[in-house]
Design a binder for this molecule. Structure first.
Ligand SMILES: C[S@@+](CC[C@H](N)C(=O)[O-])C[C@H]1O[C@@H](n2cnc3c(N)ncnc32)[C@H](O)[C@@H]1O
Length: 237
């Protein structure tokens, strides 16, 4: 396995035709200079941020939803968090990460972009932080450890208002998510199993609306329809 794959495996295994991908990555226009610089800097250093096509969609979607309170699970150096609040005085993001190096760099980035008063960093493991949250959010962006998406899902739904949207990044495992388990390398089998469990559990669920998009390594969109609890999912593990 190359170092490149280790750092950002799924960014290098696009699930759509390469010419289409190239247009989505390079033909859709750039973000404002401060966000563009952060994005380019992250890509040059291969920091695992969302690919450009997912960022463009996220920016477009939030323009429609007009969220005020946002939760992010997986901040890294703060690219997607900055994108969500930059130029939007009315928005606030609570963003979770557990990795000191990322957190320190994110703090510098938020200060440089002048968005630090619109961002609250929640430092620690989302496993511990999510059950303690009591705010209600209009939009939640989940972009962290994929093996934990299933476990985090009921807590995210708890914290979402009815009608609110949960966006989950990286669900296709480079297009292998529906391959037979025996063909999946042992080191990623847990992720494969848990992503399949999540997709099986929530697709077509009467208390949710869902949609899957072939952006980056796949995006799962979920809209909460009712106040139903999804903690029963944890009892199935
Ligand atoms: C893909 S990066 C996030 C990229 C960011 N959303 C962006 O596009 O700019 C994933 C981040 O999630 C964090 N992470 C993974 N699992 C976590 C967990 N259980 N609790 C807290 N942070 C976690 C990692 O430290 C990493 O910084």
């Amino acid at each position: 396995m190359t170092e490149k794959r280790q750092l950002n495996e799924m960014l290098d295994r696009p699930v759509v035709d390469e010419r289409i991908l190239n247009f989505m990555r390079h033909g859709q226009g750039d973000f404002p200079a401060a966000i563009y610089d952060l994005e380019m800097n992250a890509h040059q250093r291969r920091v695992p941020i969302i690919p450009h096509e997912t960022a463009v969609y996220l920016d477009f979607l939030l323009g429609l939803i007009q969220p005020k309170e946002i939760l992010e699970v997986g901040m890294a150096i703060g690219f997607s968090a900055s994108l969500m609040v930059y130029g939007h005085e009315e928005r606030h993001v609570d963003t979770i990460d557990r990795y000191d190096l990322m957190i320190n760099e994110a703090k510098e980035n938020f200060a440089r972009l002048g968005v630090e008063d619109r961002v609250t960093i929640l430092e620690g493991d989302a496993v511990d932080i999510l059950p303690q949250l009591d705010k209600t959010y209009d939009f939640i962006f989940m972009d962290s450890a994929k093996a934990k998406y299933y476990d985090f899902f009921p807590y995210c739904i708890d914290r979402l208002r009815v009608g609110g949207v949960l966006m989950i990044d990286d669900i296709f495992q480079g297009g292998t998510v529906f391959d037979d388990l025996e063909t999946i390398p042992k080191r990623v089998r847990k992720i494969h199993k848990k992503l399949n469990l999540l997709l099986d559990e929530i697709s077509g669920h009467p208390d949710l609306k869902t949609s899957i998009l072939p952006l980056g390594d796949g995006v799962l969109m979920v809209q909460k329809q009712t106040n139903k609890s999804f903690h029963y999912m944890l009892e199935k593990l």
